[in-house]
Every structure is written in C-alpha cells, then in structure tokens.
Design a protein around this ligand. Structure first.
Ligand code: GAP
Length: 485
C-alpha cells in the first residue's frame, strides 16, 4: 500500500473513531455512498458553513442568502436541462456485472500512464477522451476502453457492454395518487432554487446588478460509482452563489471570482501548492467558461469547487418554460435584460474531507523516557469542533468545582468540553485527536491565584494565564474574523 493510500485509510478510520463521520445505517451494513456526521463532524461542518456564509453573504453588501426547498416544480428540471442531459456515460462489465463510469475508467488509465512515465500516451488519451466527451460520442468512449485494454478491476476481464447514458436524478412521487405527472425530483444542485427566486429576491431586496444570491443546502445524485469516502456521495451538501451581472461583463467577473475563491481557501492556511486551477475542456451546456479549484488529496488532485460562467442560460430557460418574464430593469440605461450569471459552487463534504486530510498528523513527541506518539488534527482553530477543553488536575480539593465554574463562563461563547477522567496526558491526546486548540488545566494554584495552565495543541507549549484573560485569549485565536478577507 502506498503511503498516500495508507494516509487516506488512516484519515477515514480516524473520522469514524473520533465521531466525525459514520456510515449511514451502519447497523444494517450501511447504505452505499450515504454518510452521517457525528458529534464532532457536525461541529466542524457547521463551522465550515459559517465561514463560507460570513465570507460570501455577511461581508458583501450586494450578496444575500436564501433557503429554497429541496422539491421543486418538475418543469424546473426540464428547463434546466437536467431531465434530458444530466447523465454520466456508463459501461457494465458482463462478467462481474459491475457498472463503471466510462470517462472515469479512462481517466484512471491516464493516471496509470502518467505514473509509469508514459506522458505522451497519457496526453494522447486525454485528448481523445476530451473529444469523445465533447462530441458526446459513446461509441468512441467504448473504443478507447477496448483499445487501451482496460480490464474490470473486479473480474479482470475486458468483456464490456455498450456505453449508455445514465440519468443521475433521484425521483419520487408527490401526493397520494401514483401517476407519472406526480413525479418530483430531489434537486441535484441547489442553484436552480436561486434562479427561480431571482426576481423575488431582486424586487423585495431592491437589489442592483451586480448582485449575488447564496444558498447552502442538500443535493442528491444517484452516482454510479461512489467511492473515496465522502468525496462522491449520493446525498451531499453544496454551498453555491449565483452572481448576476450585466451581459458582456461576465468574463471579468469570472476572473474576479476565480481569484476570490482561491484566496478564501488559502486563508485557511493551506499551502498554495496543495491547490491548482483546472480549466474545463468540455464546457457544460450552460457555460461559456468554467474552472475547478482542485486540492491535492492523498489520492491525487480532485475538484473541490467549481466556478462557472453560466451565461443567461438558466434564466432564459425558466423564462421560456414558465412563461414569466425574468428580466432586470436597469435604471441607469432605462432598459431591461436577462442578466448573465457567474456561479461559485463548493461541495461542503469535500471541503470537510479536505480539512481532515490537510490537518491529520502523526508525530513523535518528547524524548528519552518521555517519548510518545500522538495523532493531532491541526484544524484551523476557527473551525475546530471544540475550542477549549477544561480539566481539573484531580477529582478532589474543589478543583472540579472551580473547573466547572470556568467552563460555565466560557461555554456561552465557545464550544467547550469538561473532562476529569484519566491522566492529563491522556486527556491531551484525546483532544489533540479531535483538534481542540486549547486545553485548560485547573490545579491548586488556580484556587490560590485564579490562574490556569493553557496548553496549545500544535506547539504543545504551556502557559500560565489569569482566568479573567481566558476568554479574550481564546477569542483572539478562534474567531472567524481572523479569516475573513
Ligand atoms: N451548480 C453547479 C454544480 O452543481 P458541480 O460541479 O456538479 O456543479 C459542484 O458540483 C460541487 O459540488 C463540486 O465541486 C463538488 O465539490 C460537489 N459535488 C458534486 N457532486 C458531488 C457528490 N456526488 N458528492 C459530494 N460532493 C459533490
């Protein structure tokens, strides 16, 4: 097993062991590509959402948020192109009966060539794959799979079916009568809830172009191949913002948002070289420019966020399908037009996984008799699930009462945990493992001098701090204000 694979295995095991992520319905052997967030996971996820919301909505006077329903009128998905076009090319192996995404099999083959130093072959296959995808040529995809002698990882055979398109939307029925006309979809992206509310928000908020509408919410896709833990899920969460601009200015705004969004990632302290832009070769039917922000996961660079110049496609389609005008009246030019849209779309679960991968560290600490190992999650303090842990040194002499008193003072401002079981060393390790930036020990000196020992997660340094300064000290390090640009 490579070190990178090994690291990823460790991260996923750690996520379960420390209450970040559990398999959905685990006692029934799980449900494919569906996950639950545990007691620490939900805190980290909420902090990520808050960081995004504050950066995208709160500090921008011209961006507002909404929370649209998951179910939408079925015509929305006809208009958006999802009913007819939201599909992946899939191929089945006749022996293993396993289904694969044809383009992913080819991408893996490209990576294989690259690993073996066959860069010419990799480049040629990449070009052929791009062409086949651009032309929507399913036969060409199959020919490439056969031509490059790609075998099913399970059966090892090359006994492939034709390549077919597979729609990714989940559907269900609304109301009590089962009838085709009652079919509703679970939204595959949150964006459409923003488009159909464009005029509602613009009018009631008296918004002037350029302006944005942001939303955080669940999306659902019946992914054929679900893998790499929470990287590709069937139920996941998106944080999307649609920025409405004057036609003709969209590519300037595209560049602007491309920069702003990468800065947002870098503000978390992740080194620049862990990120890269990946411009789309094959543009979606609605886009005139698109780029992904990719992060280097242990299994390679993968998309975390997409920035798309969606033209006026969506609003125009909804105008046509609904028969309602979706135009903006520009008071400066005294004319009406359908705005163009720049979208920023980030997967919350992928961002969560990125945060775990980026912060997981194994370390040897101390020396001689004191030598020990620890696993620490160096999560940016503003995102840490627990900000401070409060430990009485012993369970007697009034120390628990004093520790509780300090806990009561801090817990209204920060997520804190009180722990009195085990040695202080073991308590430190438990909190290193979930990324708690501050451990506060209450000892006999605390009773005499009203000061505590603060131990810092990353440096493991300890400092004596007066109790009345604790709140300001923690706040100075964990506040999201530190990250906002
Ligand atoms: N509204 C545009 C849109 O949905 P997308 O590239 O399909 O674009 C945006 O998705 C982001 O959503 C991706 O960059 C990714 O982070 C996340 N995402 C997409 N499919 C996902 C899945 N099956 N599981 C987890 N996250 C996913």
């Amino acid at each position: 097993m490579s070190t990178a694979e090994d690291l990823f295995k460790k991260v996923t095991a750690h996520a379960k062991e420390y209450g970040f992520v559990f398999q959905s319905s685990e006692i029934y052997d799980g449900l494919g590509a569906v996950y639950d967030y545990g007691q620490n996971g939900v805190e980290l996820k909420n902090n990520l959402k808050e960081y995004w919301w504050k950066s995208m909505v709160q500090i921008h006077e011209n961006i507002v948020g909404i929370d649209a329903a998951i179910f939408m009128h079925p015509k929305v998905w006809k208009a958006s192109g999802h009913v007819d076009g939201f599909s992946d090319p899939m191929i089945d192996n006749k022996d293993s009966k396993k289904r694969y995404r044809a383009d992913q099999l080819l991408e893996e083959q490209i990576e294989k060539y690259q690993r073996k130093g066959k860069s010419d072959k990799a480049e040629q296959l990449q070009n052929e794959l791009n062409k086949a995808l651009n032309d929507n040529n399913l036969d060409a995809l199959r020919d490439l799979i056969v031509g490059h002698e790609i075998a099913c990882p399970l059966s090892g055979t090359r006994n492939w079916t034709e390549v077919r398109q597979f729609n990714l939307m989940f559907n269900t029925r609304m109301g009590s009568v089962a009838d085709e006309s009652d079919v509703v979809y679970l939204r595959p992206e949150t964006a459409q809830g923003i488009f159909v509310n464009f005029l509602n928000v613009q009018k009631t908020g008296r918004m002037k172009i350029p302006f944005g509408i942001a939303q955080i919410g669940k999306a659902f896709r019946n992914e054929i191949i679900a893998r790499q833990f929470i990287m590709r899920m069937r139920e996941f969460e998106q944080m999307e913002m649609q920025f409405f601009v004057k036609p003709g200015t969209e590519l300037d705004w595209f560049e602007e948002w491309k920069k702003t969004r990468l800065q947002w990632h870098l503000a978390l302290g992740t080194p620049q070289e862990k990120y890269r832009y990946h411009a789309h070769e094959k543009l979606a039917h609605y886009a005139n420019a698109a780029v992904d922000i990719e992060y280097e996961f242990p299994f390679g660079f993968r998309e975390v966020e997409g920035i798309h110049s969606r033209t006026d496609f969506d609003l125009k389609q909804h105008q046509e399908f609904s028969g309602k005008k979706l135009q903006y009246f520009d008071p400066e030019t005294n004319s009406s037009y359908i705005p163009y849209v720049i979208e920023t779309s980030i997967g919350l679960d992928r961002l969560f996984l990125l945060t775990l991968c980026q912060s997981y560290r194994e370390e040897i600490v101390g020396d001689g008799d004191q030598k020990d190992s620890r696993v620490v999650l160096s999560i940016p303090p503003a995102l840490a699930p627990v900000k401070a842990a409060i430990f009485p040194l012993t369970k007697k002499d009034g120390l628990p009462e004093k520790a509780r008193e300090i806990m009561d003072q801090l817990k209204r401002s920060f997520r804190c945990q009180y722990e009195e079981k085990d040695t202080i060393g073991k308590r430190y390790r438990r909190h290193d493992a979930i990324g708690t930036p501050f451990c506060i020990t209450v000892d006999h000196e605390t009773l005499a001098e009203n000061s505590v020992t603060v131990r810092y997660r990353d440096s493991m340094e300890q400092q004596r701090v007066p109790v009345e300064q604790l709140s300001a000290l923690i706040d100075s390090k964990v506040s999201l204000r530190n990250l906002l640009m």
